[in-house]
Design a protein around this ligand. Sequence first.
Ligand SMILES: Cc1cc2nc3c(=O)[nH]c(=O)nc-3n(C[C@H](O)[C@H](O)[C@H](O)COP(=O)(O)OP(=O)(O)OC[C@H]3O[C@@H](n4cnc5c(N)ncnc54)[C@H](O)[C@@H]3O)c2cc1C
Ligand SMILES: NC(=O)c1ccc[n+]([C@@H]2O[C@H](COP(=O)([O-])OP(=O)(O)OC[C@H]3O[C@@H](n4cnc5c(N)ncnc54)[C@H](O)[C@@H]3O)[C@@H](O)[C@H]2O)c1
Length: 445
Amino acid sequence: MSQTFDYDVVFIGAGHGAFDGAPALTAAGKTVAFIEEDKVGGTCPNWGCNAKIILEAPAKAVQTAKQSDGVIAGDTHIDWPTAMKRKQEIINGFAPAIQGAMESVGVDFIFGHASFVDAHTLQVGDRKVTADKIVIATGQHSHRLDLPGKEFLHDSKDFLSIPVVPKKMVIIGAGFIGLEAASIMRAAGSQVTVIMRDQQALPAFNRDYTEELLKALAKQGVLFIKNTTVEKIEQNGSSYSISTNTGSFPADYILDATGRIPNTDGLNLAELGIKYDHKGIEVNEFLQTAVSNIYASGDVIKKDVPKLTPTATFESQYIVSHILGEEKEAINYPAIGENLFTTPRLAQAGVTVDEAKAHPDQFDIIEQDVMDDWYRLVDFEQAGKRSLIYNKEKQLVGVIELSDKAEDVVNALLPAIEFGYTPAQIKRLVTIFPSIGYSALDNLQ
Ligand SMILES: Cc1cc2nc3c(=O)[nH]c(=O)nc-3n(C[C@H](O)[C@H](O)[C@H](O)COP(=O)(O)OP(=O)(O)OC[C@H]3O[C@@H](n4cnc5c(N)ncnc54)[C@H](O)[C@@H]3O)c2cc1C
Ligand SMILES: NC(=O)c1ccc[n+]([C@@H]2O[C@H](COP(=O)([O-])OP(=O)(O)OC[C@H]3O[C@@H](n4cnc5c(N)ncnc54)[C@H](O)[C@@H]3O)[C@@H](O)[C@H]2O)c1
């Protein structure tokens, strides 16, 4: 094979949709290259999850101090320039570390924009690169509103490098990025207004929970303006005025958090007969596109499962197993944990409350007030709720929780959900006490 093509496998993009799977290919003797037009590692390490969580940690600490009823005393605040400097120092290490790790197992890097010439050939600048199999792992970019004054809007990449805390910040969109930014900047001292086009935030989560989350953030001082469409933005000196159908809002910084669009432009997909739309590239149950030697991995796929880093990891590893012939079955996604890194957090996995309500013959829902658990007082939690979803065999099949520790609770319960543990098997898990893992399992019904 390698006599005919430059490489056995080429990945377009060097994010999690590529680098988590690739080492198994070189270990099996395959020749592999990554084509990357920007930073190695892609969104998550450079301007997504990792950058966000490094800035979110001090925000959570400040909010926890506020909730401590004076136990943590004095003026607790974030020194933003120091937090930003620290974030950047940590982030700067990721791209070289990922590139070094890949090169050490034999992956080649080619820098530039890739586009298809034919099913086995990519154009990168002046160079043609050929491969037996090609994996499109090009991710997504921020959607940008198209309206008068759009040049004054910032996207999540800009936001994660924001040099100072704006006095007044307006966020357009109440999805993952908008709400996480609202939670961080409120804790950092900004007056935050979130403009929502719709009545409801985060349609993938049960509405009772998203309403409780918005209430908790509103209690911290975030202002939510619902059912409102932004019409134009005007500059007034160093600040801005945002005109909407329900009034105008002043801001020193505006974040456009209106979603993300798959990176499909400029790849020449249509010429090859690969189907795609604004939600991503269509794939079959083996993650192959309409051209069978070309796969798609990660956020660029049109899919129902959440577009998250662990999903991209799972897909890249699946594709590699399929290419190596180790995996012949269709992709079978496990229960996927998802979490909104606000304070409080909102996390879920498995069968949702809405699915369970739609099928009462199959599922039972148990609602719990997390504050009934003394352990929640240790870290000054103030409110929270959780729903456990069981099948009729009394196996846990889903969970949703709103609390300051929801991501750890969902992670602790995920093995039980994925592997269908019985109540007797769960009793055999002797976890560390006191801890949230113990607490999560101990409060199962
Ligand atoms: C602000 C933010 C916060 C997030 N937080 C979380 C979180 O907390 N948890 C979580 O699980 N997920 C989070 N995500 C989502 C997560 O970042 C993505 O799911 C993940 O990065 C997807 O990986 P990927 O490899 O599919 O795409 P990407 O990481 O986007 O990588 C794609 C790569 O392809 C390159 N590329 C694109 N087109 C071409 C081309 N034609 N030629 C060459 N190279 C190309 C790009 O430059 C990029 O490096 C967040 C996203 C954002 C934006
Ligand atoms: N914690 C995490 O795991 C995490 C964090 C950030 C991002 N992500 C990933 O990135 C993806 C993108 O996040 P996102 O927040 O950009 O998208 P999103 O789809 O979660 O939210 C976009 C929001 O913008 C609103 N909107 C869309 N068009 C609009 C318009 N014209 N005017 C006003 N509002 C508009 C939508 O109603 C929605 O509330 C997420 O779906 C998730 O997969 C994950």
